[in-house]
Design a protein around this ligand. Sequence first.
Ligand SMILES: Cc1ncc(COP(=O)(O)O)c(C=O)c1O
Length: 401
Amino acid sequence: MRIPGTRQTIDQGDLDAVTCALQRDLLTTGPGVAEFESAFAQATGARFAVALNSGTSALHAAVCAAGIGESSGGSAEDEVIVPAISFVATANAVLYQNAKPVFADVESNTLRIDPADVRRKITSRTKAILAMDYAGQPCDYAALQEIADQHGVLLLADACHSLGGKVSANHSTKKVGSLADVSCFSLHPAKQITSCEGGVATTNDESLAARMKAFRNHGISTDHRAREKRITHQYAMESLGYNYRLSDVQSALGLSQLHRLEKFTARRQHLAGLYDSLLGECDFVAPLESDAADGHARHLYVVKWKPEIAGCSRDQAFTAMRKSGIGVNVHYQPIFEQPYYQRLIVKGAIEAARCPTARQVYSQILSLPIFPTMTQAEVHDVVSSLKSVAATWRRKTEVAA
Ligand SMILES: Cc1ncc(COP(=O)(O)O)c(C=O)c1O
């Protein structure tokens, strides 16, 4: 790709941090993990941060710690409300616990979970609402919290897009990571910061943090260093867990990247502002809306493609842009349209989704490249390419008419 959709930013400090971590005695389950966790908790305003080996395992840990599904003290009938448009991992985390994802529709102008539809879909079987900060914009947590409180359910956040985001209201600012009972982050290279693969779950609740820590380590409540201190070889596996640990080497990279999070976020916001102003004169696209520019982490820059004005469909524009070497993408097809979910619906294992907005916007959305090292010239290049795609197709339709 001439301009990729996303690209990680690795500097000499990252290389030094990894080299240094590789020279320590403990490559995993050492002090580097706790050091990263404590810096992450501080950066997100949460009391506790639990490092895991992916955003997916962070989501799984959160759903399990919330007591959802038979294996963690709940029931097979447990339901979790999830957004219709997200990466599949959001809903998969519910299936891992043998519980049922219930899809809520998204807001047409932001693609975040629609609180009004959450209210319509909530039942006595609902155990949690799992929101996702689409493109990096925090959901309407005030509205979601009100619903969660009314129904006595937990509010979980898939914050895999929104590290560095924040919400300001009534003269106070809260960072993403402290807006829900548990917030889950991904450290995949496409995300705001990376540890190659990795994830973090943040919470203010000590017992949820303890459950997630045990969950990432086979359900064992102590690690080898705690046992070393107590001079014992014995450990107790109290619940069913997994090996979802993040290594010290990955933690060292994550920590080094975390130091530059504010810089990365500011750069993403600057590039998004440039897109906003350049696309203002393009009638064939409509950028998604944002509540507050400084709270949006800008993981993605998404526009709605207007086929009736551009003269071609979103898919035709996608193909033309990719052919010209620009890494546009589509985030995401509604999860319930995936073949696996369709089979679950046909079997009656989960309910059919009534999410008309998600179905409709899927054919319109197009993600444009955005990453911290992207240059202003590259943003201009993307916008000129979009204009030339639309101009070419408009000419074709005029000739055909
Ligand atoms: C919204 C969302 N949720 C979950 C995940 C899963 O994160 P990971 O790839 O780190 O497992 C991703 C990453 O692609 C994501 O974008």
